[in-house]
Design a protein around this ligand. Structure first.
Ligand code: HEC
Length: 121
């Protein structure tokens, strides 16, 4: 193999492996179940969530909130779900991570779901 080919192959490998390594992506399908479940996320108790009847309104409409976030803000969105006290010490939103209401994987799944309901402009 020529050196240039090897270099190109190297670049291709880096490009393909990076996103997976840097961003832990969850499963949106599973995230939806967690968000809608009364015993797990119970997000609709406080947030408007697509497809959920009789949502609470003490928190913002999540699809609308997500309009303000891009892929670059994945960590911020994750942080909100993990422990909202980081942004608002007096928040009424439960700290899902520290209180062990959701595992790391479940939080990643929820974040993936949140990006999937982001309203496209
Ligand atoms: C007990 C009510 C409550 C529950 C349950 C709750 N939240 Fe929240 N959430 C809030 C409130 C209120 C805010 C607005 C910020 C604040 O006051 O702390 C918020 C803010 C957020 C934000 C930031 C929105 C923005 O505009 O930046 C996200 C994302 C979020 N919640 C996701 C979730 C998800 C996902 C769940 C379920 C796993 C959930 N919340 C469960 C009350 C709640």
């Amino acid at each position: 193999m020529r050196t240039s080919n090897i270099v190109a192959l190297g670049f291709a490998l880096i490009l393909f492996s990076l996103p997976g390594a840097v961003l832990a992506k969850g499963n949106a399908e599973n995230g939806k179940k967690i968000v809608e479940s009364r015993s797990l996320g119970n997000c609709a108790a406080c947030h408007v969530v697509p497809g959920m009847e009789f949502p609470g309104d003490v928190g913002p409409d999540l699809a609308k909130s997500m309009e303000g976030y891009t892929e670059r803000d994945r960590d911020t969105v994750r942080q909100w779900v993990w422990d909202a006290r980081q942004f608002n010490p007096d928040t009424i939103m439960p700290p899902f991570g520290p209180n062990k209401l959701l595992t790391k994987e479940q939080v990643d799944d929820v974040v993936e779901y949140l990006f999937s309901i982001k309203k496209k402009n």
